[in-house]
Design a protein around this ligand. Structure first.
Ligand code: AMP
Length: 216
């Protein structure tokens, strides 16, 4: 059976990096709502303009906007055989909307993977992060240094520090995570599909743990 899963965890837990590897291995699309919003912002669409101020402050984009985005994305051809959601849902109303949507098309979620990383490590990870605006790959100035020319090793685009990776915004994002997203743990634990995974260690080690959790 194809993967129909959610990867959740605090900002900086490594969701993007891990989702990319897992989705590729399982041959399903990685659906990263943060990437969708950043693309819309770069393209200057009305969605991008609406999302920008929330993103810059480290706040959540309103649920109705996000649910609309995910409904449209899950309706696309490549998502029919499975998907890995990265960064969605982030609130209980989003999770409820997702359940309704998936029930309508008869494709309930198989697993929700929770990447756990202590708060001190998160702040260190996010403040050293450099991101490729083109392909989404991320680096870390100490743990996974980017090429010396400051360009992405995968696609050659110039790397940037995300505007929401500034220290004051990081704190706001962590607070939003605690308040709005953490309640999802209880929501999915109750459904019996939550699998917590230690997010510390090398990328490959964490990937192996996530794969093992998916097989359980
Ligand atoms: P991310 O790349 O997943 O860290 O997302 C970056 C930003 O996009 C977040 O801080 C939010 O402002 C916004 N965002 C992404 N996904 C969601 C979501 N599911 N609900 C609300 N806002 C979101």
């Amino acid at each position: 059976m194809r993967m129909r899963a959610v990867l959740m965890g605090p900002p900086g837990a490594g969701k993007g990096t891990q989702a990319q590897v897992l989705a590729q291995g399982a041959q399903v699309p990685q659906i990263a709502t943060g990437d969708i919003l950043r693309r819309a912002r770069e393209e200057g669409t009305s969605l991008g303009r609406r999302a920008q101020s929330f993103m810059d402050r480290g706040e959540l984009v309103p649920d109705d906007v996000m649910i609309g985005i995910i409904e449209e994305r899950l309706g696309q051809e490549d998502a029919q055989g499975g998907f890995l959601l990265d960064g969605f849902p982030r609130t209980v109303p989003q999770a409820e909307a997702l359940d309704r949507l998936l029930a309508q098309i008869g494709m309930p979620l198989g697993a929700v993977l929770l990447l756990e990383v202590p708060e001190d490590d998160i702040v260190r990870r996010l403040s050293g992060r450099r991101t490729c605006p083109s392909c989404g790959r991320s680096y870390h100035v100490e743990n996974d240094p980017p090429p010396a020319d400051g360009r992405c090793g995968s696609c050659g685009a110039e790397l940037v520090t995300r505007t929401d990776d500034r220290p004051e915004t990081i704190r706001a994002r962590l607070e939003v995570y605690r308040r709005s997203t953490e309640p999802l743990k209880a929501y999915y634990a109750q459904q019996g599909i939550l699998r917590a995974v230690d997010g510390l260690g090398k990328v490959e080690e964490v990937t192996a743990r996530l794969r093992a959790a998916l097989r359980d």
